[in-house]
Design a binder for this molecule. Sequence first.
Ligand code: CA2
Length: 148
Amino acid sequence: MSEALPKVWVINGPNLNLLGRREPHIYGHQTLADIEKTLEDQGTALGLQVECFQSNHEGGLIDILHSAPGKAVRFIVINAGAYTHTSIALADALAGIALPYIEVHLSNVHAREPFRHHSYLSAKAQAVLCGFGSAGYGYALDFVRKSI
Ligand code: CA2
């Protein structure tokens, strides 16, 4: 029997389903479906099983995170969108499942409004990437491949 590939979940939060349709000067021209397909293909090339999720709801994101340990997920890559800056509940969920995670943002949040400068997720993240556009997710997967 062949061994299962290490499973990595890529989780996107609120409004990221709008990618490619509005504000391309900030978030780029690719849709979320484009980005997810690229990441799944990159995962295949790296020997990772990449699975992608998106929710506009804080509780929905928390439910997804809670299900990860039972699905043998090894690593999480998360762009929590604006919940990054507001959600202690999401930070608690990530701490609660105790899986390593990388926080990704398309834009350089530190070059934007002050309310985007603080993240509730960064303190316990393995790494934080911002400002690389959609390439940031790919860099995160490269790092995951090297670290598991
Ligand atoms: O830069 C990022 O990836 C963010 O996580 C994106 C969030 C924002 O609240 C964070 O501060 C930084 C917003 C995602 C909204 O995405 C849209 C995409 C297209 C059109 C409108 C919104």
